[in-house]
Design a protein around this ligand. Structure first.
Ligand code: PAF
Length: 284
């Protein structure tokens, strides 16, 4: 039977009981409105741990005042059903006051990998992400934590934080899950009108184009980005935020494919900002 903890105290009691029995814990941090992308993380966590915890918390700290905190889709009943069907043991579902009680004033801040891409257009975003993920790790004491590669910069940032701050947790990145027509799964896809949903395919089309160029031996990252940009510009409803190639570890811009290179895009379709990416490994 799935358990639901809406307080830190209750979550700790359940998890410390497991730990006393020597059981391992996998954590899947989410903001809810769960879909198959999240469930792929849950399934991986299920395979690799005795117990699986999913956190469902729309974290106000990672949204700027002009962003979509209020509209962010929520459906806890559907989330609970999906988690239950996929063998989750515990959902941590606190209210904002539980996570940020009055007087809260401690943050995890990072330079380096947060400077480019989404960090540029969403300046306080990663401070909010690092702070909440740090708190979730302290509450759930997971052996492993699972993050989707769809948020590739977030994955790189969390890996860096864990390394820098000696956090005793293994970070597992999981592949992007797509709809059958190519669109990357995202809770924000819900914002798209039927016309925008069609237009949004320009993101995955440009990702597939870039990946094909790289797979065919193109090493010039600027050229690949240029072709991807040109394709996106053919879609009248699309407005590019960024199309960039960066080193996947430190998220610094690169001109040539070298080591693990991340090609990342952020594109507005109407008012909805969507992201997508692919990673290539330079052939030695
Ligand atoms: O990827 C997300 O959904 C969020 O950024 C996370 C990691 C759950 C932190 O709020």
């Amino acid at each position: 039977m799935i358990e639901i903890a809406d307080t830190v105290k209750k979550a700790r009691e359940i998890i410390s009981g497991w730990k006393k029995q020597g059981l391992t814990v996998g954590l899947v941090p989410t903001m809810g409105y769960l879909h198959d992308g999240h469930m792929s993380l849950v399934r991986k966590a299920r395979e690799e741990n005795d117990k699986v915890v999913v956190s469902v918390f729309v974290n106000p700290m990672q949204f700027s005042p002009n962003e979509d905190l209020e509209q962010y889709p929520r459906d806890f009943e559907a989330d609970t059903k999906l988690c239950s069907e996929n063998g989750v043991d515990l959902i941590l579902h606190p209210v904002p006051e539980e996570m940020y009680p009055e007087g809260f004033c401690s943050f995890v801040d990072m330079t380096g990998p947060t400077a480019e891409l989404c960090g540029k257009s969403r300046p306080i975003h990663f401070r909010g992400v690092c702070t909440i993920v740090n708190k979730l790790f302290n509450i759930a004491s997971p052996d492993r934590a699972y993050f989707g590669q769809k948020d590739a910069q977030q994955l790189a940032v969390i890996k860096r934080m864990v390394k820098d701050l000696n956090m005793p947790v293994e970070i597992i990145g999981c592949p992007i899950v797509r709809e059958s027509d190519g669109l990357a799964r995202s809770s924000r896809n819900k914002y798209l009108s039927a016309e925008e949903r069609k237009a949004a395919l320009i993101l995955s089309k440009s990702i597939f184009l870039g990946k094909e160029m790289a797979d065919n031996g193109e090493k010039d990252a600027r050229k690949i980005c240029q072709e991807m940009r040109k394709l996106i510009e053919t879609e009248p409803l699309a407005r590019i935020d960024y199309v960039e190639a960066v080193d996947f570890t430190n998220i610094q811009k690169v001109d040539t494919i070298d080591g693990e290179t991340l090609f990342a895009i952020a594109v507005y379709i109407g008012k909805t900002r969507l992201i997508d990416n692919f990673i290539v490994q330079a052939k030695s």
